[in-house]
Design a protein around this ligand. Structure first.
Ligand SMILES: Nc1ncnc2c1ncn2[C@@H]1O[C@H](COP(=O)(O)OP(=O)(O)O)[C@@H](O)[C@H]1O
Ligand SMILES: [Mg+2]
Length: 264
């Protein structure tokens, strides 16, 4: 037990392009807008979560400095000293580095290698300064993702409403189940993303997911929305780029569902 009021949620799915980084960034923003204090942790070498809030130049500067997640893990440092403020109130970030691609190798020689990230976050949990810590995971299933799951209370699994969107999902649930007592992380829900009404995949995806009895599927889902890409190009949340766009409202709705979760 981490014994903290701070709730930690990770976004995982070993399938790339399922909408993890987009969901993590926009849910984090909507939670902060609702008055929650949120810390995001970019755990992926793609730096997509960081790019959602800062321009490329700034992201590369952070990635090349010594103040990023890679060095914190390597030095087993307290992550409190690696927090960067975003332009938004109540919303902070711990940036990543392209060197995270080497993290599996670094972890290999460490004692208790599954719990390094959890230890680095200990000070942040103990301070209870944040209501939520949101971790954007890479599309892999290895020791690094085990670290992410070992420090999470909840997992949100974004899946794309497409023919291959659910492919590999059973593997991921097996992986999570196989961790046994290593983690207390529970699946908060599956989030269906990139829903295109001209196609039939939304209904199909929901029907197949209904077959996983133990797995909750969020009522909220996210439509395909070009404003998301424009927002990412401008390094802002979609709710800032265009508050009235459909996906901004959907992420706001998702934030409500997440805040209500556990208090039902
Ligand atoms: N709802 C959406 N509408 C349109 N494009 C989206 C949507 N969600 C994600 N995308 C795009 O799909 C790609 C993959 O999304 P991303 O969040 O990076 O997935 P992951 O982190 O799982 O790899 C990105 O280029 C992103 O801009
Ligand atoms: Mg991503």
């Amino acid at each position: 037990m981490k014994n903290s009021k701070t709730k930690t949620i990770c976004f995982t799915n070993n399938k790339g392009g399922s909408g993890k980084s987009t969901a993590c960034a926009n849910l984090a923003y909507e939670l902060s807008r609702a008055g929650k204090k949120v810390l995001m942790v970019d755990t992926d070498m793609q730096l997509n979560l960081s790019l959602s809030f800062f321009d490329e130049e700034k992201v590369l500067e952070m990635a090349e400095s010594e103040k990023n997640l890679y060095y914190a893990i390597k030095k087993k440092d307290d992550l409190k000293d690696y927090i960067v403020s975003t332009p938004y109130e109540n919303l902070d970030l711990i940036p990543s580095s392209t060197l995270i691609s080497q993290i599996e190798y670094e972890l290999f020689t460490m004692m208790q290698r599954e719990y390094i990230l959890k230890k680095c976050l200990k000070g942040i949990y103990e301070s209870e300064e944040y209501d939520y810590v949101l971790l954007d995971a890479p599309p892999t299933l290895g020791t690094w993702v085990i670290n992410i799951l070992c420090t999470s209370d909840y997992v949100i699994v974004p899946v794309e409403a497409s023919p291959w969107g659910l492919f590999g999902l059973a593997n991921m649930f097996d992986f999570l189940g196989g961790m046994g007592e290593m983690t207390e992380a529970a699946v908060m829900g599956v989030l269906i993303t990139k829903v295109d009404e001209r196609k039939n995949y939304y209904k199909q995806t929901r029907e197949i997911l209904a077959g996983y009895e133990a797995i909750h599927v969020f009522d909220s889902f996210i439509h395909v929305d070009t404003a998301i890409e424009w927002a990412q190009d401008a390094s802002v949340p979609v709710g800032i780029y265009k508050k009235s766009t459909r996906s901004a409202k959907e992420f706001s709705q998702l934030a409500k569902e997440v805040m209500e979760y556990g208090s039902r």
